[in-house]
Design a protein around this ligand. Structure first.
Ligand SMILES: Cc1ncc(COP(=O)(O)O)c(C=O)c1O
Length: 437
């Protein structure tokens, strides 16, 4: 176990929790993190997320709080909002959602009513729980029509999307997902939405960092509302955000009670986040978002996101060379989705064997999967976290070879132990958080 120079007060105060924290620090340091939705924040972001702003209650918004003493958290939230606007070319941002799911809930409840029809990408085809899964609020509150990818291309089946939209007249269509390796087709979705008079919501939780640097197309000119998480490719603290390219008066005739003025959509979004679905904002996390957005505005971040995609493309290339089946045949982004059917192993078994070797991935349904979500036929593999450590395409090719070795020998503990050793050696070349050790 590593001896940390940070957290010395915690060490004295709560040795049990300190020991747990040390084990997690060691795990993060000694394993290859390939979960596509995870990343490692910078040390300043970590500092801010663990800072004193966790103490502050600040229900409301800057300048309009329900509590006193908010002058500095107001500054922090304004900085986060302004940096996010600049990053994404957005006229409006709300940085308060505690997570991506809360951002989606607030956006959906602003644009549609309970019982309305919405469309989203099916969970097993790469969508997210909040895009209409029956076990999620979205599936319970709305009438959900799911669209799919085609078997041949692994890309969104726009013939089906047009046909479903014509048939079911959704009030809102969600584009984006959790396991879609290709650029989100904002322009084509806009055409569908326009053809039936639907609102278009983009969930860019996964590619947000790539969108911020222009490596992935921007949704802003095409979508009525955009949601994201802040902790994936954007490399911020765990959280959510809502944006609009342009704000406008709400089309539902909602007026301010005293003046009778027609409210802006931004006002409705703000009040749906708080008091609609949340109470006090996590001010330490909002401040950490501001720090991360500041980093993302830096030209180095563009280079970083370029490396994420270069690494993912190298990964796709190496897996294809080794006869792996990739959904959509490759990637435009930070992730590849692998169908392991031809390798004689389920996603669950592969995830377990890789974890024993110190390589963290997640099992994932593949489109048209015949296995359950608990077993799955695939794994999802992403490059944001290893790229944050400084790993490049040669390392990625080595990692793919290690993954193949484990998958091809998943019952051979001696081989898995050998790979574990190689993983540790590679990790040692790219240490995490020099500030902690
Ligand atoms: C596309 C998409 N939207 C929303 C979310 C929800 O984010 P959170 O886990 O922060 O609620 C995720 C998380 O994985 C996601 O992939």
């Amino acid at each position: 176990m590593k001896d940390t120079t940070a957290y010395l007060h915690l060490k004295e105060h709560d040795p049990d929790m300190y020991a747990i924290l040390e084990r997690e620090i060691t795990r993060e340091d000694d394993t290859l993190e390939l979960i596509a939705s995870e990343n490692f924040v910078s040390y300043p972001v970590l500092e801010m997320a663990g800072g004193v702003m966790t103490n502050k209650y600040a229900e409301g918004y800057p300048g309009k709080r329900y509590y006193g003493g908010c002058e500095h958290v107001d500054e922090a939230e304004n900085l986060a909002r302004n940096r996010a606007k600049e990053l994404f070319n957005a006229e409006y941002t709300n940085v308060q959602p505690h997570s991506g799911s809360q951002a989606n809930m607030a956006a959906l409840l602003t644009f549609v009513d309970v019982g309305d029809t919405i469309m989203g990408l099916d969970l097993s085809h790469g969508g997210h729980l909040t895009h209409g899964s029956p076990v999620n609020f979205s599936g319970r509150l709305f009438n959900v029509i799911s669209y799919h990818v085609t078997k041949e291309t692994g890309r969104v089946d726009f013939d089906e999307v047009f046909q479903l939209a014509r048939e079911h007249k959704p009030k809102l269509i969600i584009c984006g997902g959790s396991a879609y390796p290709r650029f989100i087709e904002f322009e084509q979705f806009r055409e569908v939405a326009d053809s039936v008079g639907a609102y278009l919501m983009a969930d860019i939780a996964h590619p947000a960092g790539l969108v911020a640097t222009g490596i992935h197309p921007s949704p802003m000119g095409f979508c009525d509302v955009v949601t994201t998480t802040t902790h994936k490719t954007l490399r911020g603290p765990r959280g959510g955000m809502i944006m609009m390219g342009k704000d406008s008066e709400n089309p539902w005739g909602k007026v301010a009670p005293k003046s009778g003025r027609v409210k802006m959509i931004s006002e409705l979004l703000d009040s749906m986040v708080m008091p609609g679905i949340q109470g006090g904002p996590l001010m330490h996390i909002i401040a950490a978002k501001a720090v991360a957005f500041g980093e993302a505005l830096n030209p180095e971040f563009k280079l970083y996101t370029r490396h994420i995609v270069d690494n993912a493309k190298a990964m796709a290339d190496e897996f294809l060379t080794q006869d792996y089946q990739l959904i959509s045949g490759g990637t435009d982004t930070h992730l590849v989705l692998i169908d392991l059917s031809n390798k004689g192993i389920s996603g669950k078994k592969a995830e377990n064997a890789l974890e024993r070797a110190g390589i963290t991935v997640n099992k994932n349904m593949v489109p048209f999967d015949t296995r359950s979500p608990f077993i799955t036929s695939g794994i999802r593999v992403g490059t944001p976290a290893v790229t944050s450590r400084g790993m490049g395409t040669d390392d990625i090719r080595q990692i793919c070879k290690l993954i193949d070795k484990v998958i091809s020998n998943h019952d051979d503990e001696a081989i898995i132990v050998g790979v574990r050793r190689e993983v540790k050696e590679l990790c040692r070349l790219y240490p995490l958080y020099k500030e902690i050790h």
